[in-house]
Design a protein around this ligand. Structure first.
Ligand SMILES: [Zn+2]
Length: 504
């Protein structure tokens, strides 16, 4: 009750914290302003990359000095997308300001990188002022199943240009019950989340965390804003603070899994959708600009780092090479506490608080040896369709053939808790056998762009694959985990002479 009253007070007093309601840019106005930028000169080109559930255009602005991707080998491409969550509009407002600035003059960005800017990835949610899309799906929990036209559009765009750098822009709620119960609001103007899924190339992850992040924080501080690592949870009893998810279901990790230097940015939101909108947009603009300036400054380094990691995606599978299919956050003795920026509601001032129950370290809980390829029965067209939405390279058996495979028998199905959510758990028996694969069976060999993605999608014990609930929906493939049955996806373990044809 006390917390409820405090939240009410915090929300009603929030405008006093430094601003007033701003004017949200509606979708028609957004499109018209992007068309103006397109018409104004050669630096900006507008493309419609897809349509929302309700038929609204999803725009992308291609920004480059000279022809876009005209110097593909010398300049990286950055993809920045905003407002996957319709009630988080400040990224879009900042994107419009950034686009206008970049279309007008040089600012140390477009001479070093080309930029694709998607100001609003969820136009229906934006118009409805709701988090989810018009089909009530959370788009930032939809990057595994890609069932929604909005996430499909983003992934098509990504696969077409294969950008080296990605920024997914959001907002977080500064008012939350446990924190208000302690007399504070969360008070980082911006939170920036680096890659944490351990399957992503270690050099790419380390560069993001140890090189890019601190440099961005310094630039943002020079603008008068506080940037903090993206931290979730609370240190209440039985709870913990940790960095944000390792799940490849979100925009950052789902594109990071291609060894992309990807981040999630979370601006501070407090109260109504349009509350203090100008200040929120200014903070987002500061962080987005800082991120792009720093990426531009280090463009050659990023090109060679990401290029080398992506070359390794295409190398043959090494004996003993593994995929990390489960991980979680754990305490780190070197960092037992976190000093978090807060706003003290009693004394009405910004300060920091030290919290324990901090678990910043990601550790692997389960790994599996990589197969040479995954084999999907030809009849499993829903699964083949899902892999095609990820633009996985697939081949089909032109005639029956023998192969040495591993199959999983499902002895027992249960559940486990990971990252504060329930995941399916299976007691499996692995059986090695020589089988005759049928004509029409589909194979996905691992040396390909989706090398790190495939095991995470297809392994039954993966925390983030086809067997796991996504965005609150039940898995469409739940029947694959039936007790007493055999998981239908097989693992090709030895080279075989297979009559293959490309699946178009
Ligand atoms: Zn969000």
């Amino acid at each position: 009750m006390r917390a409820t009253i405090a939240i009410f007070l915090a929300l009603s007093l929030a405008p006093l914290l430094g601003g007033q309601a701003g004017t949200l840019t509606g979708h028609e106005e957004l499109l018209s302003r992007l068309r103006q930028l397109d018409a104004a000169g050669p630096r900006a080109a507008l493309e419609i990359i897809g349509r929302s559930t309700q038929g609204r255009d999803i725009p992308a602005l291609f920004l480059a000095r000279g022809r876009f991707a005209g110097q593909r080998q010398r300049k990286p491409i950055a993809l920045v997308f905003c407002q996957q969550h319709g009630d988080e509009p400040s990224g879009k407002e900042a994107a419009l300001l950034l686009a206008a600035e970049l279309a007008r003059r040089d600012s140390g960005i477009l001479d070093r990188l080309d930029l694709i800017l998607v100001p609003c990835a969820n136009p229906d949610g934006a118009e409805l002022r709701q988090r989810r899309n018009a089909r009530d799906r959370d788009l930032n929990r939809n990057h595994v199943v890609l069932s929604e036209p909005e996430t499909q559009a983003l992934h098509r765009l990504f696969q077409e240009w294969f950008p080296e750098i990605v920024l997914d822009v959001h907002e977080y709620g500064a008012v939350s019950p446990w924190w208000v119960g302690q007399g504070v609001l969360k008070n980082a103007d911006e939170m920036l989340g680096a890659l944490s899924n351990l399957n992503i190339d270690a050099a790419v992850r380390t560069f993001g965390q140890d090189v890019l992040y601190p440099a961005v924080r310094e630039r943002v501080a020079a603008d008068g804003f506080v940037l903090f690592p993206y931290t979730v949870g609370s240190p209440a009893e039985g709870d913990r603070l940790r960095f944000s998810t390792n799940d490849i279901d979100d925009g950052r990790q789902s594109l990071g899994i291609y060894d992309t230097l990807a981040f999630i940015l979370e601006g501070k939101r407090c109260g109504a959708v349009d509350n203090m909108l100008e200040r929120r947009a200014a903070a987002q603009l500061s962080a987005m600009t800082a991120f792009l300036r720093e990426a531009a400054r280090r463009a050659p380094e990023i090109l060679s780092l990401v290029g080398a990691a992506r070359a390794r995606l295409l190398a043959p599978v090494a004996p003993g090479e593994r995929s990390f299919v489960r991980m979680d956050y754990f305490p780190d003795p070197a960092r037992p506490a976190v000093t978090f920026p807060v706003f003290n509601l009693q004394e009405w001032r910004a300060e920091t608080r030290e919290w324990k129950n901090f678990e910043p370290q990601v550790k692997v809980k389960k790994s599996v040896r990589l197969p040479l390829a995954y084999v999907i029965p030809g009849g499993e067209s829903r699964l083949v369709d899902l892999l095609r939405r990820h633009q996985v390279r697939l081949q089909r058996l032109a005639a029956p053939a023998q192969a040495r495979v591993e199959a999983y028998r499902v002895l027992h199905a249960a559940a486990r808790l990971e990252e504060e959510s329930v995941k399916p758990e299976f007691d499996l028996e692995t059986v090695s056998e020589t089988v005759t694969l049928a004509r029409g069976d589909v194979l996905a060999f691992l040396p390909q762009r989706a090398r790190r993605l495939l095991p995470l999608l297809l392994e039954p014990e993966s925390s983030w694959g086809i067997m796991t609930d996504t965005g609150g929906q039940e898995s469409a493939f739940a029947a694959y985990g039936r007790e007493g049955g055999t998981y239908p996806v097989l693992r090709l373990m030895e080279p075989a002479d297979l009559p293959l044809e490309e699946l178009e």
